[in-house]
Ligand binder design. Sequence first.
Ligand SMILES: [Ca+2]
Ligand SMILES: [Ca+2]
Length: 79
Amino acid sequence: MKNIVMQTAAVLALTVSATAMSAQSEMDTDGDGLLSYNELLAVNPELTEEAFGAIDTNSDGAVDADELKAAQEAGLLPA
Ligand SMILES: [Ca+2]
Ligand SMILES: [Ca+2]
C-alpha cells in the first residue's frame, strides 16, 4: 500500500514538472531554448520592446528560463 502511494506521488511530481516545461517550449516556437521578442509577443500581444528589454536583463536579445522566471515573479509577465 505504501508503495502505491509513493509511486502516485512520483507520477504526480513528474506530471507537474512536464507541464511547467511545456509552457515554455510552447512559446519557444523555433525550439532554440530561448524566447525571442516575437515569441513572447505571440503569447503576450501587449508586450512592448521596452518591456522586453526590461525582461532581457543581460541584453542578449533573448529571454532565457531564469529571465522568464524573474519576469513572472516581478509581475512583468503572466505566470
Ligand atoms: Ca526561441
Ligand atoms: Ca537574455
